[in-house]
Design a protein. Sequence first.
Length: 78
Amino acid sequence: MELTVEQQLATLFRGLFEELPVYKDQWDVLHIDGWDSLLHMVLVSKIEQEFSIRIPPADYLQCTSYEAICKKIKGILR
C-alpha cells in the first residue's frame, strides 16, 4: 500500500523535529520549537529527496506549515 503525501510528510516531520504539537494544524513555524532557518532548509531538502521534486527557491518562504507544504507538494506532483 502506497503512503499518501500527508503520511510521507508527517513521517518526515516526526523524524526531523524533536517535539511536535498534538494537532497537525499546529505543525508550523510558530508552534514547533527549534524550527529555525537552518532546519527549514534541511526540511526543504528532505522533502525534495523524499518526493523527487524541486521546490523553487522563491517558494521556500511559503513552506512554513505542514498544510502549506502538503499543498505545495501536491501542486508540483500534478
